[in-house]
Design a protein around this ligand. Structure first.
Ligand code: AVI
Length: 320
C-alpha cells in the first residue's frame, strides 16, 4: 500500500508574492480601488471567517450544513463511494469531512490559498483518517486550475461549498465552471453550494453582524495587504461597510476611509479622501434556474438540487 501523503504544493513563494504585489498595486491604483476577496484569507482571516460562520446572522453555513445532513443519502446516491474529492477553498476542511462517512473518498484533495491554515487542518484530518490519501494544495485556484499528475483523473468530484462561487462575478463564475469541466473526465461531477436571492434586510445583517466579526474579517484584509505589498495601511483609518446591491443581486463589502489617508508601498502610493472606498468583496446571489443554466453552459448536466424549507440556500450536484 502507498503511504498516505499530506503536502503543500505552492510553487515558489517568492513568485507568488511578486504576483500578489502586482495584482494588489493594480487594484489600489484603479479609479474605483479594489482588492480581490481572496486576500481576506491569511491565517487570521481564515480563523475570523471560521468564527463568523457561527454567527446567528450568517445563515449560509448552517443552512448548507442542514441541507447536506438531510440529503446525505441522495448525495451518496448521486456521487457514490471511492471518488476523488477535490475541495475548493477547503479552509478548515470541516465541510468535506462531514461527507467522508457517506462518500468514503479514495483520495481527498483540499485546496486553499491560506496555506498554513490548510496544512494544519489537513494534518489533523490525516490523523483521523490514516488510510485516506490526502494531498493538500496551497494555491490560488481563482486564475487557473491545474492539478498535479499525482491526483487521479477518474471520478473527480469538485466540491465548492459555502456559495464561494458567489464571490466571483457571474462571468468569472461561468469561466470557472468551464475550467472545472476541463479538469475532469466525462465521469466527473460538481457539488456546489449556492446562496439564493432573498430579503435584502436578511442579507444585510448576514454581512454586517452586530458583534462586528465581519467588520474585523474585512479590516484584517488591510493587514494581509501590508504584509504582501509592503504597504502601510493603518487599520484605524478604515471602517467596514456592506450592503445589498439590488441591481446586481449581490452583497458588496467595502472598506471606507474614516478620514483622509495616504497609503504608501514600494514603488507606489495612493491618497484616499474621507469617505472613499476600497471594494473588497462581492457575494452574488443566484436563482436555481439561472445557476443550473450556467452549469449546463459550462458542460454540466443532470443537475439535482436540494434546498432548505425556506428556500434560502441550495446544494447542487451536476455531472460532466
Ligand atoms: C466565502 N464566502 C462565500 C463568504 C460569502 O458569504 O460571500 C465570505 C464572507 N464575506 C462576508 N461574510 C462571509
Amino acid at each position: 500500500t502507498q503511504e498516505p501523503i499530506t503536502r503543500i504544493e505552492s510553487g515558489s513563494i517568492v513568485t507568488a508574492h511578486t504576483a500578489a504585489a502586482a495584482e494588489l498595486a493594480h487594484g489600489l491604483l484603479a479609479d474605483a480601488a479594489f482588492v480581490s476577496p481572496k486576500y481576506l484569507y491569511d491565517t487570521l482571516g481564515s480563523k475570523l471567517f471560521e468564527a463568523l460562520c457561527l454567527l446567528p446572522e450568517y445563515y449560509p453555513t448552517r443552512t448548507e450544513d442542514a441541507i447536506i445532513g438531510t440529503h446525505m443519502g441522495d448525495i451518496r446516491e448521486a456521487i457514490g463511494t471511492g471518488a476523488t474529492l477535490i475541495d475548493l477553498g477547503a479552509g478548515n476542511c470541516a465541510k468535506a469531512a462531514r461527507l467522508f462517512p457517506a462518500l468514503a473518498p479514495r483520495h481527498y484533495v483540499p485546496i486553499d490559498i491560506s496555506k498554513e491554515f490548510l496544512v494544519h487542518a489537513a494534518a489533523q484530518l490525516q490523523r483521523r483518517y490514516p488510510q485516506m490519501h490526502i494531498t493538500a494544495l496551497g494555491l490560488d485556484f481563482s486564475q487557473e486550475l491545474v492539478l498535479p499528475s499525482s491526483i487521479p483523473a477518474e471520478r473527480r468530484v469538485f466540491f465548492y461549498p459555502g456559495s464561494s462561487i458567489g464571490n466571483f462575478s457571474r462571468a468569472q463564475a461561468s469561466m470557472f465552471l468551464r475550467r472545472i469541466r476541463a479538469a475532469c473526465d466525462d465521469d466527473g461531477s460538481v457539488l456546489i453550494g449556492i446562496d439564493l436571492i432573498k430579503d435584502a434586510a436578511m442579507l444585510q445583517a448576514a454581512y454586517d453582524d452586530a458583534l462586528g466579526l465581519t467588520a474585523a474579517f474585512n479590516l484584517n484584509l488591510l493587514r494581509n495587504v501590508n504584509r504582501l505589498l509592503g504597504s502601510d495601511f493603518d487599520v484605524a483609518d478604515w471602517m467596514h461597510t456592506a450592503y445589498f446591491n439590488q441591481r446586481e443581486q449581490r452583497v458588496e463589502m467595502h472598506l471606507q476611509a474614516r478620514r483622509p489617508a495616504v497609503v504608501r508601498w514600494p514603488g507606489g502610493r495612493r491618497a484616499f479622501d474621507e469617505g472613499s472606498r476600497i471594494h473588497t468583496e462581492n457575494s452574488h446571489k443566484y436563482t436555481l434556474p439561472s445557476f443550473t443554466r450556467m452549469l449546463a453552459e459550462a458542460g454540466f448536466e443532470h443537475a439535482s438540487a436540494w434546498t432548505d424549507e425556506n428556500g434560502w440556500f441550495a446544494v447542487v450536484h451536476a455531472r460532466a
